[in-house]
Each structure stands twice: as structure tokens, then as C-alpha cells.
Write a protein that binds this ligand. Structure first.
Ligand code: SF4
Ligand code: SF4
Length: 77
């Protein structure tokens, strides 16, 4: 399973990653970070396909995706 790491305190809650995710598994947390923003979190990790679109779309470089050497198939919902 790919590992998605969101650095909560870098996130400004812009939702670009939420819109970019083809699996629609990113949501804003109900909690706020040290900047006062609700931050992005992956809510259904097993469905992540490791495409990295979330990380590429983040203007604040708040997301890292570790998926090297793995093969994942699209998981429709
Ligand atoms: S790597 Fe792709 S599927 Fe996984 S959370 Fe990011 S955008 Fe969604
Ligand atoms: S794109 Fe980046 S700054 Fe915007 S909600 Fe996602 S993680 Fe936060």
C-alpha cells in the first residue's frame, strides 16, 4: 500500500489535492493545524493507487507519496 504523508502544519486547506485525487479519498480534517486551517487527510488509505496527483497538486509541498516498486490497480468505488 502506498504511504501518503501530509505535513499537517504546512497545509492551508485549499482542497486542490482533494479535487485532484482520482479515488476521492482525501478530506479536510475537522481539526485545525497551527496555522488555523483544517488540513487534508487521507480517509481510506487502502484505496490509494499511489498516483501522486495529490502531492503534485499541492502548492505548499505538504504531501509526500511513497509508492516506489509497487504496482496498484485502479480501485473503482
Ligand atoms: S496518491 Fe493518488 S490515489 Fe493516493 S491519495 Fe494521492 S491522489 Fe489519491
Ligand atoms: S493541496 Fe496542499 S495545502 Fe491544499 S489542502 Fe491539499 S495538502 Fe493542504
Amino acid at each position: 500500500m502506498p504511504l501518503i504523508k501530509v505535513v499537517n502544519d504546512k497545509c492551508k486547506g485549499c482542497e486542490l489535492c482533494i479535487n485532484a485525487c482520482p479515488q476521492k479519498i482525501i478530506r479536510l480534517s475537522d481539526k485545525i493545524n497551527t496555522q488555523g486551517f483544517r488540513y487534508a487527510q487521507v480517509v481510506d488509505k487502502p484505496r490509494c493507487i499511489g498516483c501522486k496527483l495529490c502531492a503534485l497538486s499541492c502548492p505548499d509541498l505538504a504531501i509526500e507519496v511513497f509508492a516506489e516498486g509497487c504496482r496498484y490497480e485502479f480501485y473503482p468505488y
